[in-house]
Write a protein that binds this ligand. Structure first.
Ligand code: ATR
Length: 278
């Protein structure tokens, strides 16, 4: 039976084994999917052992996505753009193929599960780390009117925007770029995506109360039983809110499709996972 794993550190909290077993049941397939906590200093060694054991594919999560990218023999265009790999597949010739399904997972969750249209809209991404970088190109592919990246460290947002400037109308700046009346970035946004690690520590970036258009959507890539502090604030500002649970399931569905050539239905899995977390 085909063997899959998710590598991370820590990884014990990962819902991926449960999600992929649900997909396997739904599509009538049989596979084994396990978590594997790789030591911080030996992801490459653990991955080699998994390949030697006959592993068919793997997901990669924090903090190994960039390292996985470096270890691949072949990269998909979207992995190349993300600079990170969350999905590995072993080719018949023994080549290691790397893909990134995070961005498409976010876009599908926003557009299919939450009914958002991104074309022509003003999008804001908060944060300029790996999580942010992974979703910029897929968001720009939806042809928003503008995509602004705001980050605590302004220079990182500016560099990220410059990196993607050939793909669409993208800008970057510090938190002040959201309220500085002289800059276009200060206009309101239709969709605001939190890709910072701030929610983890229960911190809220200093966001102006002129951030959202009426009927805007606030999206947090994090998920949990309770709404994040960002979503609580967004809700108090009148925005529609969604957490990253749908993105998690959608990126998994895209990995599953790559490995198994069958696209699982996600709605029932999202519902069941929500119940499982509560
Ligand atoms: P990830 O891969 O999850 O994106 P990362 O590359 O370490 O992790 O990036 C973390 C992001 O969260 C960065 O945008 C970081 O801002 P800086 O670039 O200024 O460091 C942001 N971040 C982390 N903690 C934060 C906090 N308490 N408040 C605001 N932003 C925070």
């Amino acid at each position: 039976v085909d063997l899959y794993r998710v590598f991370g550190n820590p990884v014990h909290h990962s819902q991926s084994p449960w999600i992929h077993q649900a997909f396997a049941r739904e599509t009538g397939q049989t596979l084994v999917y396990e978590t594997c906590e790789a030591p911080l200093d030996d992801f490459a060694g653990v991955l080699r052992a998994f390949i030697a054991q006959g592993g068919r594919g793997a997901n990669v999560t924090v903090p190994f996505k960039e390292e996985a990218y470096a270890l691949c023999d072949v990269l998909s265009p979207r992995a190349r753009q993300a600079g990170a790999v969350n999905t590995l597949q072993l080719g018949k010739n023994g080549q290691l193929y790397g893909d990134n399904t995070d961005g498409v997972g976010l876009v599908r969750d926003l557009t299919q599960n939450h009914g958002q249209t991104l074309a022509g809209k003003r999008l804001l991404v908060l944060g300029a780390g790996g999580a942010s970088r992974g979703v910029i190109a897929p968001l720009l592919a939806e042809q928003p009117a503008q995509l602004h990246i705001a980050n605590r460290t302004a220079a990182k947002a500016e560099a990220l925007a410059a990196h993607f400037e050939s793909l669409g109308s993208v800008s970057g700046g510090g938190w002040s770029s959201l309220s500085d009346c002289d800059v276009q970035a200060a206009a309101r946004y239709d969709v605001v995506i939190n890709a910072t690690a701030a929610s983890l520590s229960g911190e809220l970036p200093p966001l102006p109360d002129t951030l959202f258009t009426p009927e805007a959507m606030a999206y947090d890539m994090m998920y949990g039983a309770m709404p994040t502090i960002f979503l609580q604030w967004a809700s108090s500002q009148g925005a529609i809110t969604a957490d990253g649970l749908g993105m998690l399931v959608e990126q998994a569905a895209e990995s599953f499709f790559l490995w198994r050539h069958q696209r699982p239905q996600t709605d029932a899995v999202i519902k069941a996972l929500r119940q499982r977390l509560n």
